[in-house]
Design a protein around this ligand. Sequence first.
Ligand code: NDP
Length: 315
Amino acid sequence: MSNETTEKVQVLIIGSGPAGYTAAIYASRANLKPVLYQGIQPGGQLTITTEVENYPGYPDGIQGPEMMVHFEKQAARMGADIRYGLATKVDFSQQPYKVQIDEEKWIEANAVIISTGASAKWLGLESEQRLNGFGVSACAVCDGFFFRGKEVAIVGAGDTACEEAMYLSKLCTKVHMIVRRDQMRASKIMQDRVLNTPNIQVYWNSVTEEVLGDKKVEGVRILNTKDNTTTDVPVGGFFVAIGHQPNSDIFKGWLDMDETGYIKTIPGTSKTNIEGVFAAGDVQDKVYRQAVTAAGSGCMAALDAERYLAEKGLH
Ligand code: NDP
């Protein structure tokens, strides 16, 4: 660390989705002068969605990217110091905690709020990427409503895929579920629900060869790997539910995580196994993953940080 610059701050917030900005709003109002680093995707996952209709307070709905501009503006107005930059390494061995930014500068903080989110996994098809936001989505709860009365396809066979297929089956005329093996990974009860829903058709041993459509999704080409046949199915929406990856790599070895890398918090709080280090939003939540729940947990993290600093005599 000898040639690198170091800056001391009271509260450092890592990540700029609803959890990070909400933590910044609360921490600023508590006069904790938070510094927030936005990370690789300022605004987080909502910047790659289109319309958000389930965030309370927007009766007419709002575009995801615009909503995140509102979050940022509100945090800035309260006095948060919002900066470009990616946390690249941490040293939580002692107070103050150290976080490296962009592999060069180090920040020392009395309290750290981790809100680095999660990233949806994608299949990796060119057509999937090109039509992302134009019928391709990784979130049925966010985008399913736009396909009501239409046919859609969903890829995946875990609990998320089953849950999302069930959700879509209530809105859409038909759900084509593409499963790569001859069985599902999901819990038995979720599988049973899916298999007993008349308007969900499961394609076993099947992979997505192509998402069809020029400017928007018009169909999906499904390859059956058993008999090597392809079928083009007309659909308006294509949902990918093959898992999420929490953005927690740099915290490995410091913080307790579950087997898939979600940071563990003490239930009902944002506290991690290191006192003074808090986690909020999708990086610690694989169940709800909503903007509003992330925002709520960001609020919890700021309040937990404030109490921690007061108890330690650091504020
Ligand atoms: P999982 O990792 O459990 O499942 C991912 C699914 O996607 C698997 O079926 C996998 O197939 C499939 N998949 C992965 N990559 C590809 C690919 N390239 N092409 C096609 N299919 C692919 O993720 P989930 O998000 O479903 O669940 C994450 C965790 O959250 C789990 O522990 C789950 O139980 C939990 N959860 C619980 C819920 C509940 O209890 N209500 C709701 C949602 C999640 P394969 O099986 O062949 O590997």
